[in-house]
Design a binder for this molecule. Sequence first.
Ligand code: FAD
Ligand code: NA
Length: 389
Amino acid sequence: SDRPDIVIVGSGFFGLTIAERCAADLGLKVLVLERRHHLGGNAYSERDPATNVEVHKYGAHLFHTSNERVWEYANRFTTFTDYKHRVFGKYQGQVYSLPMNLGLINQFFGRSHTPDEARALIAEQSSEIATEDASNLEEKAISLIGRPLYEAFIKGYTAKQWQTDPTKLSADIITRLPVRYTFENGWFSDTYEGLPTDGYTAWLQKMADHPNIEVRLETDWFGSDVEAELKGKVPVVYTGPVDEYFGNSEGRLSWRTVDLQESVVETGDFQGTGVVNYNDQDVPYTRIIEFKHFHPEREKTHLPGKSVIVHEYSRFAEEGDEPYYPINTAEDRAKLLKYRDLANQEPMVLFGGRLGTYKYLDMHMAIGSALSMYDNKIRPHFAEGVELK
Ligand code: FAD
Ligand code: NA
């Protein structure tokens, strides 16, 4: 019959990993529903027609992992470039190399320091407040790195990210603020890092490219024929927002979103690198992304004299906004516990991915978590008849 063996709601990395394993490993017939006009979830990217530059449509996505299994799995669908991510930060007319390191310390304090001298300086400046006494984010940050670095590199950026003064934010938001006493400025410290050679969309399409997988775009699970006919009858892996699944019965979970303002500028190189953070509080955006720098190896294919940039503005998500970062207040955590109970009672439905679990997941974590759900729940169900829960 035409009836699928399993339905996946959402075609992001979580949903596509489950779909691919079910089709390729178990030979199941898989139906993926995706309400957007494209597959791939937030990792989706497109070539900008004016510049031929690949643009990550839901914000800059950099792949990195130390998980051997995820790395091996990802490499079945794409190769990776040797791109190594670096981030710079602008503050009061100067550009500094982040994360906070010896280069930044020397530039910011206007003289050279040996690693030991820099350690002593930051220890002295952070002695103003003991970490265990910090009662808000500002005090916590000062207790870790001292007031001068906090005021330049944390205060304005954090205030813009949260639209909240850091003295009103919980100290728990930061656990560590690493300062590197070397000149190392690689943003990630994972074993593997790179960008998919032919882009994210080619990678995501390859995962779905199996005769047993059908992806139905512009199809919302809620109100679909599939929901009406198959709910409770075949296993469903739901990767949409958990609160939405239950009609927000326990209240909405809160998220931050990012407004992405894309433009084409009439210069071949706008900022000389992929990501520049804007630390000054009076600059309204938090970052500018210039996508061509993520693929220097494609330079010859990029159209000359132009570049695509995106200004990012952070704010609280309202109804209809893309949910990007879980805010995770005490209220959110209480609601989430109730949703988890409801989810556990929902027959034949597994909840996964960043929206289904209300957790920020990097791509490698979404893939890793889907592989675990496949191993621990889905495969045992289909291969050994274990009850699905
Ligand atoms: P998603 O990608 O969100 O996919 C969920 C899909 O489900 C969506 O396509 C949605 O349309 C669909 N859906 C929801 N409800 C329904 C419904 N009712 N019916 C049908 N379809 C539905 N990770 C990194 O590793 N590196 C990065 O640099 C990085 N940068 C990021 C930047 C931003 C701004 C954001 C938000 C995330 C970033 N990530 C990054 C994380 C990465 O996007 C996630 O790990 C990945 O998207 C998670 O995949 P997912 O499948 O769980 O969710
Ligand atoms: Na301290």
